[in-house]
Design a protein around this ligand. Structure first.
Ligand SMILES: NC(=O)c1ccc[n+]([C@@H]2O[C@H](COP(=O)([O-])OP(=O)(O)OC[C@H]3O[C@@H](n4cnc5c(N)ncnc54)[C@H](O)[C@@H]3O)[C@@H](O)[C@H]2O)c1
Length: 377
């Protein structure tokens, strides 16, 4: 058994809980060569709520000063599960202090922020992973394998929708997601970024042109404060392999709790994934007859880590797979890519988000240009 890896975490709310649960499971599911996490310190602003989270999730200490996490010699990996604007400064400080970095999506409020994060993590020669947890759904890993082995032929379409109704709450109060400077984008950055990254992951190809439309559907919260970020977006993306993407997301889709669907069509077949049936992948070949593969067979990703074949997994388990992956990468057992998203992937996604915003503003299609690190040094 290797030495435990000390973790320092920024944020204790929705993702703070999800990541904490992910670490909790590593001891139960990871092979012995993967280091166990030591939950050293957790950061938040509200001392009372933070202390409750610390105790509940089993962190050793709580702090209302994130610098103390970055400076702690017992911390080897800084996990940033805080709101988007808080991704930038602490993650850069962590990388500069030689800590490995694992940061929630979107990597930063703007593409420039995301590029800086990638640049700094590379310069510091630390491991970096952006927490696009869709990559850790076993069904999407199987989908990627099928696409990249040529089973679907030449890929023509990727299509997705991510629909929720959270912004229709009549008691809604403006939060960081509604603040353009803090969030960057609304439904597009929060929900759409998952599907943009998933499309890149599945196709192994990058969007090069975007036509987008974003809309603020509910302009004020229940107290009359302005909502600045988009409630919905629709986009057409042209990928460098010739595929066409049609993506949409909404937080004002009245009848939806959380609906998240991704479809890919190629010259020889098609596949469909829905988060509501996350243990299944629907696949059709040239016979044009969809069949459902239960992705809980002994040969499917992660199933043997958990239970005998046939026992379904859940959404929260993606965080356990993700925790196991970053800890393995920190120990040098494998690289973060191509299964995990690196900060490069986080930056590429941020450029696509920004291109969609730009296209919507200009009412015109825009080309997407990606910066690379070599050109900067
Ligand atoms: N991977 C996923 O499936 C997934 C799901 C949800 C959110 N996310 C991402 O995770 C991150 C955190 O989102 P969440 O849903 O956990 O957040 P949340 O809205 O549940 O909680 C945010 C917390 O941060 C606090 N906060 C706000 N501004 C702050 C600041 N400047 N400094 C310190 N604290 C501040 C708030 O008071 C709140 O306690 C975001 O980047 C989000 O995009 C990822």
């Amino acid at each position: 058994m290797t030495q435990p890896v000390g973790i320092g975490m920024i944020g204790y709310a929705f993702m703070g809980k999800s990541h904490s649960l992910g670490y909790r499971d590593v001891a139960a599911i990871a092979p012995p060569e993967v280091p166990r996490p030591r939950l050293v310190a957790i950061y938040g602003r509200d001392a009372a709520r933070l202390e409750e989270a610390r105790e509940r999730y089993g962190w050793e200490r709580a702090t209302t000063d994130w610098h103390s996490i970055v400076e702690d010699p017992a911390v080897t990996l800084v996990d940033n599960a805080g709101p988007n604007s808080l991704h930038v400064e602490p993650t850069i400080a962590a990388a500069r202090a030689g800590k490995h970095v694992y940061c929630e999506k979107p990597l930063g409020p703007t593409a420039a922020d995301a590029f800086r994060l990638w640049q700094e993590a590379e310069a510091a020669r630390v491991r970096h992973m952006c927490a696009f947890n869709y990559r850790f759904f076993p069904a999407l890993q199987l989908a990627r394998t099928l696409i990249q082995s040529g089973e679907l032929g030449a890929i023509h379409h990727v299509r997705s929708n991510f629909l929720v109704s959270s912004a229709l709450d009549t008691q809604r109060r403006r939060g960081w997601r509604d603040d353009a400077a803090a969030a960057g984008a609304g439904a597009l950055g929060d929900l759409g970024s998952h599907h943009i990254d998933a499309a890149r992951f599945l196709l192994g190809s990058d969007p090069v042109r975007a036509s987008g439309l974003t809309r603020v559907a509910v302009a004020q919260d229940s107290a009359g404060q302005a909502i600045e970020t988009d409630d919905l977006f629709a986009a057409i993306l042209e990928f460098d392999n010739g595929a066409v993407g049609v993506l949409e997301a909404s937080r004002v889709a009245g009848g939806h709790l959380v609906t998240s669907r991704i479809e890919v069509d190629g010259s020889k077949g098609s596949l469909q994934f829905s988060m509501q049936a996350l243990n299944e992948l629907r696949v059709a070949g040239p016979d044009r007859a969809f069949r459902t593969i239960p992705v809980i067979r002994a040969e499917d990703p992660y199933q043997p880590n958990w239970f005998p074949a046939g026992h379904p997994l859940g959404w929260v388990d993606t965080f356990s797979h993700e925790a196991m992956h970053i800890l393995g990468a920190v120990a040098g057992l494998h690289a973060v890519a191509p299964i995990g998203a690196t900060f490069r992937d986080g930056y590429y996604c941020a450029e696509v988000v920004e291109a969609i915003l730009d296209s919507s503003r200009r009412r015109a299609a825009v080309d997407i240009a990606y910066r690379n690190l070599e050109a900067q040094s």
